[in-house]
Design a protein around this ligand. Structure first.
Ligand code: FE2
Length: 322
């Protein structure tokens, strides 16, 4: 390794998608700067960066979910960065107010329902999942998952802890089984008739749809996807994002890559490759996402998703949603 090589940028990434590898390759082609990726999950990245301290080789840190990025910021691992290109590329609501992290794609938390058991109007809102109508008909993943924490954190920020507690308790009371598995497992459980509805990040649905396994495509054909709360506060939206490491050895390269990730070129490349939404409205989403139509997004300060994680965890605990 040649740490002082100016033609290199080191990325510590908690995202392991082919789409990201393609993006980095395009960046290498465009700039001649080599991208070296250290993969790990968000938890491992945080720990590794803490241990490495100012000796770290990390220049840019990439992770999904604002809750994860916020924790890295709180641990002092991200440096505040801002440039005109970043400010132009990323809507204000989808970045840290101080520039510690910047969104480069969006994900929505959606409702999946079994088409032969549920009318779409019955699941128009996340509130519906807490109604007695769905007694023993809801499956969900563990509340310790960051997606689940960020979603409740946003509700606490908007409506307060009492509302959040009532919602979590209501959904918990409707569980068909104890939480287990990931978002994909919840969709499959609904398709298999174990429950009538669940909540998941939108891209898991589209991944199953394009799966090479016929059983996955069969499963997804049995369920529908709802972008909830269109008549209310809007659908909960989160980001994948990145920030410059506090102890980056090549901060200018990190900024160059970060600017690239939100550039028109990268956004246009990313849209058809992954199943997330582009970070700004001007870039067309992949056709199957565009087919969902424009939708109203929940308006909550992004850093609230981090600030309220601990409170969200407590409320889930109180509600018995493990
Ligand atoms: Fe995910």
């Amino acid at each position: 390794m040649q740490p002082n090589d100016a033609q290199v940028v080191n990325v510590y990434s908690a995202r392991h998608y082919d789409a990201d590898r393609r993006l980095y390759a395009a960046f290498e082609d465009a700039t001649g700067v080599a991208v070296r990726v250290l993969p790990a999950n968000a938890e491992q990245l945080l720990e590794r960066l803490r241990v490495e301290g100012d000796a770290t080789e990390a220049d840019l840190i990439v992770a999904a979910d604002a809750g994860n990025l916020w924790r890295m910021k709180e641990a002092g691992l991200l440096r505040n960065t801002t440039t005109p290109a970043l400010e132009q590329g990323v809507p204000a609501r989808l970045r840290d107010p101080n520039g510690a992290y910047w969104g480069f794609s969006k994900r929505a938390r959606v409702i999946i329902y079994r088409k032969d058991a549920v009318q779409p109007e019955e699941v128009a809102s996340f509130d519906d999942l807490a109604r007695p109508r769905f007694r023993s008909q809801i499956v969900a993943r563990s509340s310790t998952n960051v997606y689940q924490l960020s979603m409740l954190a946003a509700r606490i920020e908007r409506l307060g802890p009492d509302n959040a507690r009532a919602w979590a308790s209501g959904v918990r009371a409707n569980f068909a089984r104890d939480p287990r598995g990931n978002d994909t497992d919840q969709i499959k459980a609904v398709a298999a008739g174990e429950a009538q509805a669940t909540l998941c990040n939108h891209y898991y649905f589209f991944r199953l749809m394009r799966s090479e396994d016929g059983a996955d495509r069969e499963a997804v054909s049995k369920v529908g996807l709802i972008l909830p709360d269109q008549a209310g506060a809007g659908t909960h939206v989160n980001i994948s994002g990145a920030g410059v490491a506090t102890h980056a050895k090549r901060p200018e390269r990190a900024v160059q890559l970060l600017e690239y990730l939100v550039s028109d070129a990268a956004q246009a490349l990313l849209a058809p490759l992954n199943d997330e939404f582009p970070i700004r409205p001007g870039v067309p989403a992949a056709p199957e996402l565009a087919a969902l139509g424009a939708f109203k997004e929940e308006e909550v300060a992004l850093d609230a998703l981090g600030r309220r994680q601990a409170e969200a965890a407590r409320i889930y605990e109180e509600a018995g949603w493990r």
